[in-house]
Design a protein. Structure first.
Ligand SMILES: CN1C(=O)N(C)[C@H]2CS[C@@H](CCCCC(=O)O)[C@H]21
Length: 120
């Protein structure tokens, strides 16, 4: 059937925009993430991402965003689907890991969420 791949521009319900550049033959890809909201009060900037997708029709994937404006990392994992109109949709789960100077705070430094991305 029609392949659902990750290359292109995406937007989620938080208003974040993501660009996935070329998906290579081994499934690796690079991209950029522009977040609309943050857990910090710092100026938001475009941040790089690196990932892998399977090369099936409805591929599972994973990618990591290294935030350039905060000392944190988000890892995403999910699957690419086609909706009833044949539009690609990315169903994702993510973990946002923030840094703390105090190991006593370790327990509270990982946030979990779910977000859907639609083609921009
Ligand atoms: C805007 N977001 C978004 O589009 N998400 C899917 C979630 C998971 S990554 C987070 C933004 C983290 C920014 C860096 C930081 O606040 O430490 C939030």
């Amino acid at each position: 059937g029609q392949k659902c791949n990750l290359a292109g521009q995406w937007k989620n319900d938080l208003g974040s925009e993501m660009t996935i550049d070329t998906v290579f033959k081994n499934g690796t890809f690079l991209g950029k993430y522009l977040t609309a909201v943050s857990s910090t009060n710092k100026t938001i900037v475009l941040s790089p991402l690196i990932g892998y997708q399977q090369l099936t029709d409805l591929p599972s994937f994973g990618f990591t965003v290294k935030w350039l404006f905060s000392n944190s990392i988000t890892v995403f994992t999910g699957q690419c689907f086609l909706n009833t109109s044949g539009q690609r949709v990315l169903q994702t789960s993510w973990l946002l890991r923030s840094e703390t100077q105090d190991p006593q705070n370790n327990w509270s430094q990982t946030r979990l969420g779910y977000n859907i991305f639609y083609p921009l």
